[in-house]
Design a protein around this ligand. Sequence first.
Ligand code: SAH
Ligand code: SF4
Length: 344
Amino acid sequence: MSKKNILGMTTEELKNFMQELGEKPFRGKQLFKWVNRGVTDFEEMTDFSKALRAKLNSAAYVGSLQVMNVQEDAKDGTRKFLFGLEDGNAIESVFMQYKYGNSLCVSSQVGCKMGCKFCATALDGFTRNLTAGEMLEQIYVAERETGKEINHIVVMGMGEPFDNYENLGKFLRLLHDPEGKNMSYRNMTVSTSGIIPVIEKFSEDFPQVNLAISLHRLTNEGRSAIMPVNDAYPVDDLLESARKYTDKTGRRITFEYTLIKGENDSDKDVELMKQKLSGMLCHVNLIPLNKVDETGFDGSTRRRAEEIAAQLERAGVAATVRRELGSSIDGACGQLRAKNKSRC
Ligand code: SAH
Ligand code: SF4
C-alpha cells in the first residue's frame, strides 16, 4: 500500500481513513487536531497507542513541502520561501510582519494562466493547481521555520485563486476549522484578477472572507492590453459585479491598482478612477509596480503614488499606498516566480 499524505484532509476524511485502518472514527478527529497543530511526526501524537502510531507510520505521512531556499530582508524581517512540491515543481510564499500580526502570502497554483503583462508568475505559463493541503502546508512550514504564529493570510502569491476554486474553498474551510488552526475568515483575503462568475459564487460561499480585485486600469482597451482576462470579463462588468458583492455582503471591497509608469498613472487615469469608484464601498490599494526585468514595465515613483492617493482621498475614494515589504529579496507583490523549478 502506498502511503497517504493526510495533510489537507478534513475531519470527515480522516475519520474514514481511521476506519479503513480498523480504528474508531473519533481517532480521525484527534488526528485532525494534531495535523493542524503543525505536528508531522506520529510519535508526538501522545494520545495514540504505540501500536496505532506504528500503524499510522506505515500507512500515512503528514505533508510534503521541502524548504528549498529562504531569503530574508534584513530591514523588515520579510522572508521569502521557495518550497519544493512532491512532483518536483516549486512555489513561493512570503512571510510578512505587521503591527497587527504576522501574515503569509500564499500561492494557489504553480504558474498562472492569466498572462498579465507585468507579472513575474505569468512568465512561465501554467503548470498545475495546488491542492488544499499544499496551500495549508505553506502556513504550517512557514510557522515552523520562523517560530512565529501566522494569524493572517492573503492569497496573493503565485496563481489565480479563482481558477482553482474548489481547492481554494477547501483550504479556507480547513484553515477556519475550530478544531484546526481556527483562523477567522475576517483575517483571510483572496485576490482575483476578476473572474466574474466566481466572484458571485465566492460572495455566497465566503461572505466574511475579504475580497481584493486587481483592477490596474479602467478603460476597457487599456485593461485588456495588460490583463488578457479583461477580454472575457470587461472592466465595467467587473465593477458591476463588485457593486453587487458589496450590496450583498455589506463588506468593503479592496481594489488593487498597480501603478505602471506612463501606462496607468496619468491625471486622466486618476480622473477615471474618481469617476468610476466614488460612491462605492471600497478601498484602493496603490502599489507602485515592482520591476520584473523581462516585462519592460517600470513602476511609478512613490511620490506619484502618494499624489494619486491624495487626489482620490479628496474625491472621497479611500486610498492608501501599500507599504513596500521585502523589496530587497524580490519578495514583493507580483515578483514570485519559482526560478528553481526542479529538485533533480
Ligand atoms: N492572481 C491574483 C492574485 C495573485 S497576484 C491577482 O492577480 O489578483 C497578487 C497581486 O500582485 C495582484 O494585484 C497583481 O496584479 C499584483 N502584481 C502582479 N505583478 C506585479 C508587479 N510586478 N508589481 C506589483 N504588483 C504586481
Ligand atoms: Fe496570474 Fe495574478 Fe499574475 Fe495576473 S497578476 S498573471 S492573475 S498571478
